[in-house]
Design a protein around this ligand. Structure first.
Ligand code: URA
Length: 212
């Protein structure tokens, strides 16, 4: 059960007093803290073992995630899962989530195209991410892309400058930011895709090498 004070409701904050991932996930299904729920099928909360030591944070669920109700099950998610396997990170060690928990999109023909969440939407969703971190206490946090990185590390953080570095942080013993897998899938040509993939694998290998 999540308890919100009247003051918190009025200020649209969510002081989440229940730090149990299953309960948080249930409670998040009714989240109305911003307007994104109106055009989304459902809340896509984080998933993984409650004992996972690695938390990977993306931006926002995509079309498939919205329809299926699970994070990272579309093309970018399949790519990410394949790369985790390639470097020897088992899924039982991983918790997958997003900075924003409702799909944001616009219609283009028959397709629903992903839209980047606004700062207001990211801020509205942040209590859920904070609660997930508090509940899970991951040893390692990996921010996938600028939205996740800036949500946790501040808006001046640049993935382009610090990708693959272990960062000083009080949030977890090991914190790293790298590119979002969908950026690799969108690479303009084969050569740059290969290069981006190589760097992404190098970042994941650093995570795989940590013994916690
Ligand atoms: N991209 C994300 O950032 N998260 C998902 O769950 C899927 C795609």
């Amino acid at each position: 059960m999540v308890i919100r004070s009247k003051k918190a409701r009025q200020s649209r904050e969510l002081p989440l007093l229940s730090y149990n991932l299953k309960k948080l996930s249930e409670e998040a299904q009714n989240c109305r803290n911003c307007d994104l729920w109106q055009n989304a099928t459902q809340t896509v909360f984080g998933e993984g073992s409650p004992n996972a030591c690695i938390m990977l944070i993306g931006e926002v669920p995509g079309d498939q995630e919205d329809l299926q109700g699970h994070p990272f099950v579309g093309p970018a998610g399949k790519f990410l899962r394949a790369k985790l396997e390639e470097v020897g990170i088992e899924m039982k060690r991983v918790y997958l989530t997003n900075a924003v928990k409702h799909f944001k999109w616009e219609r283009r023909g028959k397709r629903r195209i992903h839209k980047k969440p606004s700062v207001g939407e990211i801020t509205a969703c942040k209590p859920w991410l904070n609660a997930e971190i508090t509940a899970l206490k991951p040893k390692i946090i990996v921010c996938l892309g600028a939205t996740a990185a800036q949500t946790l590390l501040g808006r001046s953080f640049r993935v382009t400058q610090h990708r693959g570095e272990f960062l000083e942080s009080t949030i977890a013993p090991y914190v790293m930011a790298t590119v979002h897998p969908s950026a690799i899938l969108r690479a303009p040509d084969e050569d740059s895709r290969h290069e981006q993939e190589r760097q992404f694998l190098a970042d994941l290998k650093k995570i795989a090498a940590i013994r916690v």
